[in-house]
Ligand binder design. Structure first.
Ligand SMILES: Nc1ncnc2c1ncn2[C@@H]1O[C@H](COP(=O)(O)OP(=O)(O)O)[C@@H](O)[C@H]1O
Ligand SMILES: [Mg+2]
Length: 336
């Protein structure tokens, strides 16, 4: 069985605007491991949402995949079936979206329809996907899921969104994403706007869902301390590039890419000592006016002459890690 459920193969994604085109994702090759949690981190604007939403063709207008393929590996009776989902027409994508891959969008809390009860919204989705029309069965399914995310199902089913707290709405959205039993759930910053205790509660719940139901997850966040605790693999994005990818322990211990090191050094709960905190100098790259060479070089404390020449291509290591830095391999020295 292929260990990946999704593979991005040299994917670039553009937003063609009236006067110019923004390339939000550049040449990303990334495998999402089956049954695992892969975190995507990086500053706001680094391309996380654009990349992930492309799997189910939900890139916001006018975004388009400019090149590359997205492959889904379906496992039927132990045999892998390779499906190029990026070539899907809307007709083919419709049964795939939500049933095979669901997404909890950023600001999901406002995605609930304010004039419908939770039960009405769940049932509408079940019907739209041709699921069982038996009212009792539908209700039982909704109840089961709401109880699974530890909500008082009876009360929540008959509630309107405004009657629920932020944390409750977020759990409703997670239950919603489970409704059609998907293989993969994409979670876009699922806990922004929630307090720290609710955040940690929701991440624990997600990890439990991942382990018990064996659902693969892509978790986008700009909070790298969450990643250390909940993810199995990490992709670090910068200016639309995947600048580093590896197992969570390797990412945190080895800090091979200087940008990853910068992100970690700027995170209080990881560094512990507030006096040692170091924000990354400078600002994220302007996609319309990228620096020459490595696009992180203007902010990189280790930049050398070679870094401002050509943009580095990916360096792949034997342990499955990879990164876009000329010194990716050497920087591993001394950190185990
Ligand atoms: N609908 C859109 N139209 C034009 N540009 C967009 C649109 N959505 C995103 N972008 C641009 O694409 C880049 C990546 O955005 P996004 O994928 O949302 O990043 P992230 O999720 O990491 O914050 C940003 O520079 C953003 O300005
Ligand atoms: Mg985003």
């Amino acid at each position: 069985m292929n260990e990946n459920i999704i593979e991005f193969r040299n994917v670039s994604i553009d937003y063609p605007l009236r006067k110019y085109t923004i390339r939000a994702v550049t040449d990303v090759t990334l495998g999402i491991k089956r049954g695992k949690i892969t975190a995507l981190v990086g500053e706001s604007g680094s391309g996380k949402t654009t990349l992930s939403s492309s799997i189910i063709q939900c890139i916001s207008e006018p975004g388009k995949i400019a090149s590359g393929d997205i492959v889904f590996f379906d496992n039927v009776d132990g045999e892998d079936k390779k499906i190029v989902v990026s070539k899907f027409k809307e007709k083919e994508m419709k049964p795939f979206r939500w049933k095979r891959v669901s997404m909890v969008f950023q600001a999901a809390q406002s995605a609930l329809n304010p004039v419908m009860t939770v039960e009405q919204q769940f049932v509408e989705t079940l019907l739209a996907h041709g699921e069982d029309k038996d009212k009792q069965k539908q209700r039982a399914r909704c109840k089961e899921l709401l109880e699974y995310v530890k909500l008082d199902a009876e009360r929540v089913l008959s509630s309107y969104p405004h009657e629920l707290s932020g944390g409750m709405k977020q759990r409703v959205m997670i239950a919603f994403s489970l409704l059609l039993n998907p293989d993969l759930i994409i979670l876009d910053e699922p806990t922004t706007a929630l307090d720290v205790i609710t955040q940690s509660y929701i991440f624990n719940l997600l990890k439990q869902i991942n382990r018990e139901k064996n659902i693969s997850m892509i978790l986008m966040t700009h909070d790298i301390s969450v990643v250390a605790k909940f993810a199995d693999y990490v992709g670090v994005m910068y200016g639309g590039r995947l600048v580093e990818y590896g197992k969570v322990n390797d990412i945190f211990r080895k800090r091979r890419h200087p940008y990853t090191e910068g992100l970690i050094n700027a995170t209080p709960s990881i560094i512990g000592d507030i006096d040692k905190l170091k924000p990354i100098e400078g600002s994220p790259p302007d996609l319309m006016n990228l620096p020459k060479g490595c696009i992180f070089s203007p902010r990189c404390p280790y930049a050398q002459e070679v870094c401002v020449g050509e943009e580095p291509s990916e360096i792949c290591l034997e342990d499955g890690s990879k990164g876009r830095c000329y010194f990716f391999k050497e920087r591993d020295n001394g950190r185990k």
